[in-house]
Design a protein around this ligand. Structure first.
Ligand code: ZN
Length: 131
């Protein structure tokens, strides 16, 4: 069974506190506010990315990391992934469409016999986070 989010975050908070010599020095109010803010971020990015972001923030911060510092280290994990429609009639699932008119990326007119390829309209780029 998966550890409850609260217990998991509490353990991370204890480790973070220890890394900054604050074991047992955080007030109940500080603990609660950290846990609440961290839980919100975990819901957005997932546990794995949150933990990595936190570890990076710890290793690069002089003081107990603020949420913004953790968040900025999390976002570097985002990958851009191309997606297309495998049943698209225009490109037949290749993501590329052959055209025989218009201009190329370089601004030259497209050769009407040879044609040119361009990204099909079904092709989109999505930001995917590691989970
Ligand atoms: Zn297509």
């Amino acid at each position: 069974m998966e550890t409850s989010l609260h217990d998991w975050l509490k353990k991370l908070l204890e480790q973070t506190a220890a890394a900054f010599g604050k074991t047992g020095k955080l007030t109940e109010l500080e603990i609660e506010s950290h846990l609440r803010a961290w839980a919100d971020l975990v819901h957005k990015v997932g546990r794995l990315r949150f933990e990595r972001g936190l570890q990076r923030a710890i290793s690069r911060s002089e003081f107990f990391p603020r949420l913004g510092a953790i968040e900025s280290h999390v976002s570097t994990d985002v990958k851009l992934v191309g997606k297309l429609d495998p049943k698209c009639p225009a490109c037949r699932g290749t993501g590329w469409e052959r055209v025989f008119s218009g201009r190329t990326v370089g601004g030259k007119p497209v050769d009407r016999k040879v044609g040119a390829v361009r990204r099909c309209s079904c092709y989109t780029v999505e930001a995917i986070g590691e989970r």
